[in-house]
Design a protein around this ligand. Structure first.
Ligand code: SF4
Length: 444
């Protein structure tokens, strides 16, 4: 028998930092490299080159990125840097003169070329037979679906438009094709992400494309409806409360899209929102939330807030607390304002002292924990659908999420007895107990 020995493929290690959008970039780069015959290395020692996908959103994220680059250089030595911090090649090269290459966000070709230089691909007649299936860095049962890049807004605390440019929307048929493949490969939950999901398609004038014989506009409503028809859970992130969001609410009532909205309000006080230059900043938001909830009573709303933005007064902060009390959001994340180099807010007058930021942060966290605990207690005794994320072989229990919980950022549902369940299963669960953030129950 003739045995053909294949050449050993070069191996790429990956350190992926930052938000789900950066994770999708990492997936895209690794998919391309894998299609070219590269293998992934789970550790520094086995890698021929290490790719560090950085986050440069906040100064603390930049520092974390620099530490990751330093660790990769110390452990391996051949390091290619990409992602948001790639815009600051000078800073990286000054601190790490040995870095192999630095490329910016979305420069897929450049990253791949840099990996070729650092660890040349091995020519193999078999590589062309490898199908170009997407590589996923999330578990098989949920996937992030990036529908656009960049942003047309200019919020005073944010440098994303500077890093990633203006809004560039993907074609709806391309997004749907990717989603269909993911569902066919086992994805049970599609998480729609972008910088501003409500603005999807504005840059391409919502131009329609044909998908399965029907015209589908590049618009959040059309896209959500078609995604909903694929049969997986569809979760919408980064939705700004523009009036046209009203149109996706019926899709939630029809169970095509999860009754869940991730709306980055960031603040409630009109003065602070004006200084922040936030989009969709109008006084009707609370009324809109009320209307949405009356159409979809189990709608879960999550949001994030910044406290201590320059110029935030005691009155502004009291306004925020009163607003939160009235809005009764299901999930709240809070952040202390952090000065970001290059963001207009960094040089604004009336910076809030750190101690006061901390006090306000704790007040928001305490209030939102109380509201969350009350809302979760109201679910005890009900039956909910749960998507299983992990089964613990030692305890026999399992961890999953309800329709109200996005992975990583929201709560969990803990099951004492998994009883043969596997990650990716969707089961009915009777809720028996709750705390500030999580539910506890038994599968039916
Ligand atoms: S909407 Fe504002 S915070 Fe969000 S990416 Fe655009 S500029 Fe940044």
């Amino acid at each position: 028998m003739n045995v053909t020995t294949l050449p050993k493929p070069p191996r790429v290690g990956l350190v992926s930092l930052g938000c789900p959008k950066a994770l999708v970039d990492s997936e895209r780069i690794m998919t391309k490299l894998r299609a070219e015959g590269y293998d992934m290395s789970p550790d520094y020692a086995g890698a021929d080159v290490v790719l560090v996908n950085t986050c440069g959103f906040l100064d603390s994220a930049k520092e974390e990125s620099l530490e990751a680059i330093g660790e990769a250089i110390a452990e391996n030595g051949r390091v290619v840097v990409t992602g948001c911090m790639g815009k600051e090649a000078e800073v990286i090269r000054n601190r790490f003169p040995d870095v192999f290459a630095v490329t910016g966000p979305q420069q897929y070709e450049e990253v791949v070329a840099a990996v070729h230089d650092a660890a040349p691909p091995v020519p193999s007649p078999f590589v062309d037979l490898v199908p170009e299936a997407g590589l996923k860095l999330t578990p098989r049962h949920y996937s992030y679906l990036k529908i656009s890049e960049g942003c047309n807004h200019r919020c005073a605390f944010c440098i994303i438009p500077h890093l990633r440019g203006d809004l560039v929307s993907r074609r709806p048929d391309a997004i749907l094709r990717e989603a269909e493949k993911l569902v066919a490969a086992g994805t049970k939950e599609l998480l729609v992400i972008s910088q501003d999901t409500s603005a999807y398609g504005v840059d391409i004038r919502h131009q329609p494309r044909f998908w399965k014989g029907e015209s589908v506009r590049a618009h959040m409503t059309d896209l959500s409806r078609e995604l909903g028809k694929l049969g997986a859970w569809v979760r919408l992130h980064y939705v700004y409360p523009y009036p046209h969001v009203n149109d996706v609410i019926p899709l939630m009532a029809d169970r095509l899209v999860l009754p869940y909205l991730d709306i980055p309000f960031q603040h409630a006080s009109p003065n602070v929102l004006r200084r922040m230059r936030r989009p969709a900043n109008d006084a009707k938001v609370l009324e809109r939330l009320r209307n949405w909830r009356s159409a979809v009573p189990d709608l879960a709303i999550r949001s994030s807030f910044v406290v201590g933005f320059p110029g935030e007064t005691e009155e502004d902060f009291a306004y925020l607390l009163a607003w939160l009390e009235e809005a009764q959001l299901d999930r709240v994340g809070a952040f202390k304002f952090e000065a970001v180099e290059g963001a207009p807010a960094t040089s604004m007058d009336d910076q809030v002292p750190e101690g006061l930021k901390q006090e306000r942060y704790q007040a928001v966290m305490a209030l939102s924990a109380r509201i969350s605990a009350e809302k979760l207690a109201g679910k005890v005794g009900s039956t909910i659908d749960v998507l299983i994320d992990a089964v613990d072989d030692e305890t026999g229990g399992a961890t999953g999420r309800s329709k109200a919980d996005a992975p990583e950022i929201d709560g969990e549902v803990q099951l004492r007895d998994a009883g043969g369940l596997e990650a990716g299963d969707i089961v009915s669960v009777r809720v028996e107990d709750s705390d500030e953030h999580d539910l506890y129950g038994v599968p039916l």
